[in-house]
Design a protein around this ligand. Structure first.
Ligand code: EPU
Length: 420
């Protein structure tokens, strides 16, 4: 079994380059289905969820050409709808985007149930609500979700989302891009990856405005064409390394970021007494004394990202005082706390709140990643801990982090991938 071995206790120094954003790459890969032409996508992070998404498209008839480590040409001219491989689709949450893309281009979609990290129930009622507003009918059975446009295709309409869901916002944009007339998505998600998907589609000829605000307008167009597109930097990867430096000490410049996307994480670190310097596309984090406590409440963007919650809990476990972390996006995202406790963290979870009494230093243990960000949190804890921590569940971490071991080594961390 693959594990990540972390010998903790060394401060980190140097530079880290941030890769493209996984949660923008996935919808853009699936959005390319709508295009029916060749798109060149640059700055794709080489992580397993991206590889799996490309594989799904290839299995369904798309041509995937590797033009470099992070650049891929995707041609979906010969893509065949309704042929998604159930087994692959079941491993990936992003595969729900097949619904919006196939429905938008072919008028119908038949897609296996999607998977992804387990945070309690992950409903798609808001996606369905959007498709229905555009005139489609939805049915599901044990293994498949099936959605079909009415006679005459999809018609633009107002869609009011009850929750500012990232997935539903993307799926409705995808379905509306080639629909007849105007769709307005109210209470849309505002995450930077929503803007990235809209920018990609607009480069292909779509007419989408308002992405990044809570009202997105989509005027349907007849067809799209190929384009060259570069994916945004990953704000969660950047935030993870910021938290790692704050937990381990040292001084690291995180390069190739959009500081605007990092504002909530930056503000929290400053509140904890960690030094953060901001340049045009670089953020330098320095930590020489033990950070103070902070209360964190996750929320939809521009609130504190839920995908940074486990990493911050690891950091707050070594803060000088008591912190409260409240999870307000997912029903259940504290499974990793039991693993952190094995490392000496003093955390009590009640419902969606974790109370964390910081300890001076964590201790090494054998732990297991319960999901992607949980895995990153355990590595952060290991970097602080005394002794050798072994983190199992590496394949979960590899879903979303590009070469986390190599990047941490490059800033002086003692980490390695081992087989046990
Ligand atoms: N929700 C509904 N109904 C829906 C859709 C969502 O009730 O139809 C609820 C969910 O249960 C959840 C909340 O709305 O409580 C937010 O869900 P959202 O749809 O925004 O999440 P998602 O699209 O499934 C993406 C990311 C997640 C990230 C969330 C929130 C991808 C592939 N996944 O998931 O990323 O946590 O947005 O920002 O983009 C990760 O990268 O570690 C990760 C889990």
């Amino acid at each position: 079994m693959k594990k990540i071995l972390v010998r903790g206790g060394k401060p980190l120094y140097g530079n880290i380059n941030i890769s493209g954003m996984k949660n923008a790459a996935l919808p853009i890969i699936f959005a390319s289905i709508l295009v029916g032409d060749r798109c060149v996508v640059e700055n794709l992070p080489p992580v397993s969820d991206v590889e799996l998404s490309l594989k799904i498209l290839e299995t369904m008839g798309a041509t995937i050409e590797r033009l470099g480590n992070n650049t891929v040409a995707i041609d979906t001219k010969n893509f065949v709808n309704g042929t998604s491989p159930v087994e692959m689709v079941s491993k990936l949450r992003g595969s729900t985007y097949l619904l919006g893309s196939e429905l938008g281009r072919f008028g119908e979609a038949r897609v296996g149930s999607s998977g992804g990290c387990d945070f309690g129930s992950r409903p798609i009622d808001q996606h369905i609500k959007g498709f229905s507003a555009l005139g489609a009918k939805f049915e599901s059975c044990d293994t498949y979700n099936y959605v079909k446009a009415g006679p005459g295709g999809l018609f633009g309409a107002p869609v009011y989302l009850d929750i500012a869901s990232v997935g539903a916002t993307v799926n409705v944009m995808l379905a509306a891009t080639l629909a007849k007339g105007k769709t307005t998505i109210e209470n849309a998600a505002r995450e930077p990856h929503i803007v990235d998907v809209a920018n990609f589609l607009n480069m292909c000829g779509a007419r989408i405005t308002g992405a990044g605000t809570s009202v997105i307008k989509v005027i349907g167009v007849e067809e799209l064409h190929g384009c060259n597109y570069t994916i945004l930097p990953d704000m969660i990867e950047a935030g993870t390394y910021m938290a790692a430096v704050a937990a381990s000490g040292g001084r690291v410049s995180i390069r190739g970021v959009i500081p605007k996307h990092m504002e909530t994480v930056t503000a929290k670190l400053l509140e904890m007494g960690v030094d953060v310097e901001i340049y045009e596309d670089i953020i330098t984090v320095s930590r020489y004394v033990r950070p103070g406590p902070a209360n964190v409440k996750t929320y939809f963007y521009p609130g504190f990202p839920t995908d940074m919650q486990p990493q911050f809990s690891a950091l707050l476990s070594v803060a000088n005082g008591t912190s409260v972390v409240t999870e307000s996006v997912w029903e259940s995202r504290f499974q990793y706390v039991e693993e952190l406790k094995k490392m000496g963290a003093d955390i009590t979870v009640e419902g969606n709140r974790a109370t964390i009494n910081g300890v001076a230093r964590l201790k090494a243990a054998d732990v297991s990643a319960t999901d992607l960000r949980a895995g990153a949190a355990l590595i952060i804890a290991g970097l602080n801990a005394e002794g050798e921590t072994k983190v199992a569940g590496v394949e979960k971490i590899e879903r979303g982090y590009d070469d986390i071991v190599g990047k941490l080594k490059s800033i002086g961390a003692e980490v390695e991938l081992i087989e046990e």
